[in-house]
Write a protein that binds this ligand. Structure first.
Ligand code: PEP
Ligand code: MG
Length: 756
């Protein structure tokens, strides 16, 4: 008999039992007989969870007097271990296993081999099905598969007969895992509390046995087709575009999606009588078991990919293709995902989305930039997410500290809420500074502007009272769309942004795409060129060569600003001629629009970003051409220190408060004095309080920062005496032996100035 035929036979017999009018206990008694017979096993037993213990509910081969008497705690003995770890065991010699525990009342001493599988209900183990044999032999793959299939059927019976009630299943989880703390990398600071929602929800399998095998085969066949199509599209768009790592994942997805072995195994499972959903899950359970036995970290990563894909396949089969966003969020939510695209994040209801936990992610991932703009706390690179967090679990996310408490104890939740309330109080205090102009104690007005990139961000301008938008990252629109945004769409966005800003200035930075901010329509060109994306074909370098792209943007900006002031800034200028070339594109478009008799901007102010250190050496050539200069400290510092800004291993290594960075920035400022060019900083650095102090202390009077930092920085400005601060900074920078962070902290402490 073939494996499928044997499995089919078991399933047919199980179906008959399940369909009969027998009592649940009688059904279990029958099931152990059928399995024992079909697998030629002397023993077959079913343990189910009752009052937090695994109780022997039915057995063939062990002493009948042990039924409803033998009870094991979760984690106790082989049975307990299977339930605890929700994993399959297949042992030739049970006694040799460290978890083995002998129970005299069962009379099991004569049996050597042992195999057991968890009975899973709602992603939790609610029982164990096991077989034992006198001869010491490992069970064959097909036999294990038959057990796994039976366990799935049993879970359906258990649900229908209410043999394990839901409270019980939940009780198990509490006991099994209780409160847990996950750690990860801080991507967007902040606190958030809510219930876990998986971006891609798991499908509950409600029907295990098929009524029409051919129909199931067709369903899975179509699902495979659809999934392959999706993966191919994903690979060609690479909308999440986070470079190398992401591409590798897609390659793996592709490999699995087209893997003949995988689809064959699913088909065999269907042949044995399972529904398509159950077949996919059964094959997945089996693969999980084999992968655990191999215990190779690289393979474990690949397993992750396969899990993702299997989930996708089940969702397609079940017709539940939407993400959690399409179902809407019903309560305060912490969103869980492996990774997300920026557009996917934007689909969620902002009012309910309180935080995000990613299994991947890095500081410069687009989704993170968008989350920062949305003010949603995020941690990334969180390990053990899927095994720890279940849909609906309560989560306290402290993204500032880089951790999340899952299923917190009440007193922990209370303490968190108290902290939360404090931080909200602070936010409210900052909000009250909205209409207060940031003058220092000595009466100098500091420009506190905000960074933005999406239409939605503009509401923060009024909320924070920022002096304008010091950096509008126009590439965000490019990043969140699957195709190159047409001129009309760009025009509409720029016009809306200017309308929203009213009298306040908005500095539009021309597209800074390429490198790590790859977009689908340019991905192949960029990937082909760049070994080292941050220093590659990006920003102005790309835009000047893709002149069409630059022209369209120039025209859209010029038209949008008809009748008002237009501020344009070019990113990554490395030599003055690049500025000239970029400006020439605008001049040409301006002439065109003039000839067309279009309404032109009242005035146009051109500026450059200083992000490439070389530019600092030729400022005397560049400054006469500029109205303003903005220092992009994110890129500048990565180039000064030759330290990739996206590499988490280097994230803590070099300090923005290092003597070299601050001396560099001071020199730039000194070289610009008297040029009439307005100089500011628009990197993340300016949004941190000690760093902002340092910048003010070396002469900077304009900062453009993330909206959430506007309040805190305004408050800081009001406590500063610039003469005193400048004197202190001058002293510290003259003596590089000092630790500037410590000196500055002590200085701030002494003046009752709060810092992060
Ligand atoms: C910078 O590099 O500091 C900057 C503001 O630009 P971005 O972060 O968009 O590269
Ligand atoms: Mg930059």
């Amino acid at each position: 008999m073939t494996a499928a035929a044997a499995a089919r036979q078991i399933l047919t017999r199980l179906t008959e039992v399940m369909a009969s009018r027998m009592h649940a206990q009688a059904k279990l008694d029958q099931v152990v007989e059928i399995i024992g017979e079909c697998l030629s096993s002397e023993v077959c037993s079913i343990y189910l969870l009752r009052e937090g213990m695994l109780e022997l509910f039915a057995t063939r081969g062990l002493n009948q007097s042990a039924v409803h008497v033998t009870r094991m705690a979760i984690g106790e003995g082989l049975t307990g271990a299977i339930a605890q770890k929700v994993e399959t065991l297949n042992l030739a010699e049970a006694k040799a296993h460290p978890d083995f525990q002998y129970r005299p009342e069962t009379g099991e001493e004569k049996f050597h081999s042992f195999a057991g599988v968890p009975i899973v209900y709602r992603a939790r183990a609610v029982g164990v099905l096991c077989v034992q044999h006198v001869e010491p032999r490992r069970y064959e793959e097909v036999e294990i598969e038959a057990l796994q299939t039976t366990a799935m059927v049993l879970s359906e019976l258990i649900a229908n007969a209410e043999l394990v009630d839901e409270e019980e299943a939940r009780g198990l989880t509490q006991e099994q895992t209780g409160p847990q703390t996950l750690t990860g990398l801080t991507l967007v600071k902040g606190l958030g509390a809510g219930h876990a929602v998986y971006h891609q929800p798991r499908v509950e399998i409600t029907q295990v046995m098929a009524e029409d095998t051919e129909a199931e085969r067709q369903r899975v066949y179509r699902a495979f087709d659809k999934m392959r199509e999706q993966i191919d599209t994903l690979a060609s768009q690479a909308e999440f575009g986070a470079g190398g790592e992401h591409e590798e994942v897609l390659e793996t997805y592709k490999m699995f999606a087209y893997d003949e072995g995988w689809s064959r195994r699913i088909n065999e499972a269907i042949d044995s009588g399972l529904t398509a959903e159950a077949a996919i899950e059964r094959v997945q359970q089996h693969t999980r078991m084999r992968m655990r036995e191999i215990d190779d970290p690289l393979l474990a990563d690949r397993m992750h990919d396969l899990e993702d894909l299997a989930n996708r396949l089940v969702r397609i089969v079940a017709g539940q293709v939407g993400t959690a966003a399409s179902q809407g969020l019903r309560r305060d939510t912490i969103l869980i995902a492996r990774n997300l695209g920026p557009a996917e994040l934007l689909e969620y209801d902002k009012r309910r989305l309180k935080g995000v936990i990613l299994e991947e992610g890095s500081l410069t991932a687009h989704v993170v930039i968008v989350a920062r703009a949305m003010n949603v706390p995020v941690i990334g690179r969180a390990k053990g997410v899927r095994t720890t967090i279940r849909e609906g679990d309560e989560i306290l996310l402290d993204a500032t500290a880089g951790n999340a408490i899952v299923r917190p104890l009440p007193q922990v939740a209370d303490a968190f809420q108290a902290r939360f309330a404090k931080s909200r109080e602070k936010q409210a205090a900052y909000a009250s500074l909205r209409d207060v102009e940031p003058f220092t104690r000595c009466g100098t007005r500091i420009q506190v502007m905000m960074n933005a990139g999406l239409r939605d961000d503009m509401s923060a301008l009024a909320m924070t009272g920022a002096d304008g938008v010091g950096l509008f990252r126009t590439e965000f629109q490019f990043l969140v769309s699957a195709t190159l945004p047409q001129r009309e769409r760009q025009l509409r966005l720029y016009r809306d942004v200017l309308d929203a800003a009213g009298d306040k200035p908005v500095i539009f930075r021309t597209v800074d795409i390429g490198g790590d901010k790859s977009v689908p329509y340019l991905a192949s060109e960029i990937a082909a060129q760049d070994e080292n994306p941050a220093m590659g074909w990006r920003a102005l370098r790309l835009a000047l060569e893709r002149e069409g792209l630059m022209k369209i943007q120039a025209r859209a900006l010029l038209e949008a600003a008809g009748g008002r002031s237009l501020y344009v800034m070019f990113p990554m200028v490395s030599e003055p001629w690049e500025f000239d070339a970029a400006k020439a594109v605008f001049d040409e478009q301006l002439n065109y629009l003039r000839a067309q008799k279009k309404l032109l901007p009242e005035r146009i102010l051109f500026g450059a970003m200083l992000e490439v250190p070389a530019l600092a050496e030729v400022l005397d050539l560049l400054l006469p051409k500029l109205s303003f200069l903005s220092i992009g400290t994110n890129d500048l510092t990565q180039f000064l220190f030759a330290a990739d800004r996206a590499n988490p291993k280097l994230a803590e290594r070099y300090d923005w408060l290092s003597t070299s960075i601050l001396r560099f920035l001071r020199r730039v400022m000194q070289n610009a004095v008297g040029s009439g060019v307005d100089i500011g900083v628009c990197g993340e650095m300016g949004g941190r309080r000690l760093e902002a102090l340092a910048l003010m202390g070396i002469g900077y009077r304009r900062l453009s920062i993330t909206p959430a930092a506007v309040g805190p920085i305004k408050e800081l400005v009001r406590k500063v005496d610039l003469a005193e601060l400048t004197a202190a900074m001058t002293g510290w920078l003259a003596d590089p032996a000092l630790n500037l962070r410590e000196e500055l902290s002590a200085w701030a402490d002494a003046r009752d100035i709060e810092y992060d």
